[in-house]
Design a protein around this ligand. Sequence first.
Ligand code: XCC
Ligand code: SF4
Length: 663
Amino acid sequence: MPDEEKSIPKKVVPKKKQLDPRELTTCEATAMMLAKARNDGVELAFDRATNMKACPIGADSACCKHCFMGPCRLNSKDPYSKVGVCGATIDTIMSRNFARAVAAGCAAHTDHGMAMLDLFREVLEGHIKDYEIKNVQKLYYVAQEMGIETEDREVKDIAMDLYKELERTYTQVDGEIPFAKRVPEKTLETWRKEGIVPRGAMREIMELLHRSAIGVDQHYANITKQCSRVALADGWGGSMVATEIADILFGTPSPIAIETNMGVLKEDQVNIIVHGHEPNLFESMVASVAEPTLIQAAKDAGAKGLNLVGMCCSGLEMFSRHGTPHAGNFMSTETVLVTGAVDAMVVDVQCIKQALAQVAECYKTQLITTNPRARIEGGKHIEFHEDNPKECTDEIVIQAIGRFKNRGVEVEIPNIVNTGVHGFSHEYINYMLGGTFRASYTPLNDNIINGRIRGVAGVVGCNNPRMKQDYVHVNLVKELIKNDVLVVQTGCSQIALAKAGLTTPEAAHLAGPGLKEVCETVGMPPVLGLGACVDNSRILIACSEMVKTGGLGESIADLPVAGCAPEYMSEKAITIGQYFVASGVFTVFGVTFPIVEGTKFHKHLFEELEELGMGKWGFATDPFEIAEMMIAHIDKKRKALGIDKARERVLMDMSDRRDIDAA
Ligand code: XCC
Ligand code: SF4
């Protein structure tokens, strides 16, 4: 009976509260699919979040389970009224919990970065033949920066030297990580004074796990120091290596118009989604879907072709390198399966909800895990091996074609596609504003000094079902650009703005007059997408370039810049936040912050770090309040630099000019 075939196995959902999809997301496609999921009786994270009240003690980080005399719970309303069985105070407990999050986030990025470095080495040693160095120019550039001789030498030898140098990022037991060389002098001086220049990431993570165990480091400020060191080993270490090696092997992204949203799925094609974080898998998928025999197989199965689509961070790395379309961000990974159009969802590591297995099963989609680090019960595992990558990805295509032939579920794809320009590397910002002949950050700095651009904000990070999906990202960014703040983006936030249509040059009309003028002159959007979360390292490099170019102070802490992850959910975000703070950036987080206000640890993160020459943390959930905080900080820095007046003058000049134009 065809009807029976098409029926979806019902997971019986007991009577639970369900909010209107429009209250849960501003993403139209996601709202449509959430409504459909409910009709189909399929439960998603949105509804689970509604019915899973966050533990209030954990939310304040007022509990400790670092030993088995506990777990111990303190009272966040009266934080100093109690201590744990061992005597740990609220500050010790919160800072140790924070430390564990920082360690986990750093481990995620550095393990990813190290995997990229392994790949690089294997390519150089000739064990892997499916990849090669695509961007020799970048190899030279990074090698020279690291003090490696490049003249009259074989590319392979230079690359091997670079490999050895960058390996220190992870394994070095003493000394400073290689990319410390990129840090502005005065910022580095602050780190040295504080004793937070990372040695190697492995060592730092190990030490932080040690120090945050029962009975070791019991001073919140000292624990925070090691948190900074670990976080910096991520930002200027693991993540930066991941970005640079990916650029060297696969090419540095450059701006390209790309389609985003669920409408990129095609009913009459075999749809394969890659969701995760490592570009090597995705690169191989690109090769597999271009394989003539596989394309023919898809046609033989009645499909018009093979449609490869990205999601989350993998997607972000790929779409600017290959123009691969992107279906959505973190809170859309379940809903996209509800379309019934996904013939395979291929995942590797990080941010992959376990519930995808269940949702995939309901819609007869194959959830395929590929990384030995990450298997999911109910998922099918086809292991990816870098020395023979296509063995895995060809097989995935074959499996997806098989599912296409026999979809057995209704297909309903929201007809929404947003086209925008993405792929602004830190190198490209150089070139874009400076032109080929005078590629430099001078024009950016000049425009900041003359006030057309008030400052630069990094808006990054995840979705979190505790917030209306994309709402904070989009409204915050709109508010910032309206106030002449240039926005740079990575991660799921970048996709939120792409779906909202702000990554087009035409979006310049939403910017304030100064930023608008710059955007129109250069033909760039007011919101620049830099890629995946590891590509936050590009923002660090851009900050460093701004300092070195001159006119905006001596350290990153002097710059009129601010950062924000308004809808974060991952531990990785905490690590990123901490490395921005330690680097000198005021960083605001939304949703929730694992801390009790009014405690010493809170004061340390939110005030004292700034007094030590770093940045500081901020917290707010409302996008307009966040914007206000970030702009106030930018203005404070402008004032300290003595460029606060320029802004008003330029605005007057501009309106004068408009009056003249109109006359
Ligand atoms: Fe994950 Fe990277 Fe967060 Fe998105 S932004 S939810 S970490 S996919 Ni990185
Ligand atoms: Fe309790 Fe101290 Fe053990 Fe934590 S380390 S669980 S506060 S006894």
